[in-house]
Design a protein around this ligand. Structure first.
Ligand code: IYR
Length: 222
């Protein structure tokens, strides 16, 4: 018989309120989340950013490799460099790289190549996926598994943590994103995955009047 690896007791406590109440309250909270494009310049303490990234890093991952790196950018010079490079990509996108259907699908958002939120937000978190494990003491790197799924789940948890902290964000994916590894001088096994400005909304912030699909449209019970 193969020896069992060591296990520890599950540190889980049932919520005091019923699962029905807890699930419904969490839905109400998450349903109030909106992607925000106008940010206040009000600072956010580093401690908050550390907590939300720690939350994201609790995400499940293939073989528990945690194949992610969260680069929290606060340096105004770095944010300016990211903005300049991102806007150059977006000018190419809006100027011809995107096809007509894509641009029509975006029209109701009112977006364009200008990305002031990349400088206004006190923090820009750039999420990288790891294509190999970080090198060990001998410089050896191992395999990672289900990287997109793992990092995608961690980003979802990061977004929930940001919302829970009373802050706002936007999932921004300048395409191509190769410039982020360059600007942030990341090692070759890290690939940019998602960029999230984090902060408080601007006082005059508005969001598109969008409707979410009903549960019946997204769920099937068999
Ligand atoms: N990356 C561009 C365009 C864009 C694409 C999608 I798909 C969106 O949901 C929103 C925007 C931009 O950031 O403007």
């Amino acid at each position: 018989m193969t020896a069992q690896p060591p296990h520890i007791p599950l540190q889980w406590h049932p919520p005091r309120i019923s699962p029905e109440e807890a699930a419904s309250a969490f839905y109400d909270q998450m349903d109030r989340r909106r992607s925000v494009r106008q940010f206040s310049r009000e600072p956010v303490p580093e401690e908050v950013i550390r907590s939300i990234i720690a939350t994201a890093s609790t995400a499940p991952s293939g073989a528990h490799k945690q194949p992610w790196r969260f680069v929290a950018v606060r340096s105004p010079e770095m944010k300016r460099k990211i903005r300049e490079a991102a806007e150059a990509e977006e000018r190419a996108f809006y100027g011809g790289r995107a096809n007509a259907e894509w641009l029509a699908d975006l029209a109701y958002l009112g977006t364009d190549a200008s990305k002031p939120f990349l400088e206004d937000a006190p923090w820009v978190i750039v999420v990288f996926k790891l294509m190999k494990t970080d090198p060990d003491d001998l410089g050896e790197q191992g395999q990672v598994y289900y990287v997109n799924e793992s990092v995608g789940i961690a980003c979802g948890m990061l977004i929930a943590a940001i919302h829970n902290a009373g802050l706002v964000t936007l999932t921004h994916t300048p395409s191509p994103m190769g410039f982020l590894a360059e600007v942030l001088e990341r090692p070759p096994h890290e690939r940019a995955f998602l960029l999230l400005p984090v902060g408080f909304p601007a006082a005059d912030c508005v969001v598109p009047d969008l409707k979410r699909k009903s549960l019946d449209q997204v769920m099937v019970i068999v």
